[in-house]
Write a protein that binds this ligand. Structure first.
Ligand SMILES: Nc1nc2c(ncn2[C@@H]2O[C@H](COP(=O)(O)OP(=O)(O)OP(=O)(O)O)[C@@H](O)[C@H]2O)c(=O)[nH]1
Length: 230
């Protein structure tokens, strides 16, 4: 741990390492994703939600040379920075995430429409793709809007799908679940029926890697475990 991180952690935990501990930083999740919220809840991390209103398609279109992974990082940063300027986020650590599915080098977001989701399953049945989730944390505790400390990282995992019959893909699409998920699948919902293996952090596939968040907070001098007591 760097000296800066140690200083930050000591400040967070207090010089006596516990008693008289200043309040742990507040976390704001800049996401409408119920899956991301569930991950933080299950990880015992208190947070509030402030949904960003960035135009993801416009940002992706403005960065045509960005590949799937870079797009996920760009969008995660855009969401966190969009929320970090809100008064309700003042003094908090603002966490933005974005997930993009990559197959054969092509980026796939949410299918939105049933026929698009069905076409995705025809394409990805029996195949392996990568789900990239970008993470970006903006530290607004210092107040200064200019050059606020921030940290970002990508977490990716390979997902291998079973061979899926057309009738089963249609039944899955008919549930509506895949329409709002990057890559038209979940690994922790009905989509699990068609997932053979995940190689990487499963939470990165679902939408927020807690271990990645821990390292980003540490880069900002914040101990994730100290948030458990807050
Ligand atoms: N439960 C679950 N959700 C998944 C999975 N894969 C992708 N998703 C969800 O698919 C969505 C990807 O879209 P994003 O644009 O990153 O996020 P969003 O849902 O639009 O929410 P914002 O952060 O407000 O943009 C996220 O909500 C992810 O949680 C999965 O395996 N399980």
């Amino acid at each position: 741990m760097s000296a800066e991180q140690q200083a930050g952690r000591a400040e967070q935990e207090g010089p006596d390492g516990g008693a008289g501990t200043p309040a742990a930083p507040r976390l704001v999740l800049a996401s409408a994703s119920p899956s991301r919220a569930r991950i933080l809840e299950a990880a015992g991390i208190p947070f509030t939600v402030l949904v960003s209103d960035v135009d993801e398609d416009a940002i992706a279109a403005a960065n045509p040379l960005a590949g799937p992974a870079e797009t996920a990082e760009l969008l995660a940063r855009a969401k966190a920075e969009d929320v970090a300027v809100h008064a309700e986020a003042a003094g908090a650590l603002v966490v933005g995430c974005d997930s993009v599915f990559e197959l054969d080098g092509v980026a796939y977001g949410k299918p939105w429409e049933p026929e698009v989701a069905l076409e995705r399953w025809r394409m990805q049945s029996g195949r392996t793709g990568r789900l990239h989730t970008g993470h970006w944390v903006v530290d607004t505790r210092g107040g200064a809007a200019i050059s606020r400390p921030a940290a970002g990282a990508l977490s990716s995992a390979s997902v291998t799908f079973a061979e899926v019959e057309e009738v089963d893909a249609a039944a899955y699409v008919a549930t509506g679940e895949p329409l709002q998920c990057a890559g038209a699948f979940t690994i922790d919902g009905r989509g699990a029926a068609f997932v053979e293996s995940v190689d990487g952090d499963p939470n990165a596939v679902i939408g927020l890697s807690v271990s990645t968040l821990r390292t980003l907070l540490a880069d900002l001098g914040v101990s994730l475990t100290a948030l458990w007591q807050s």
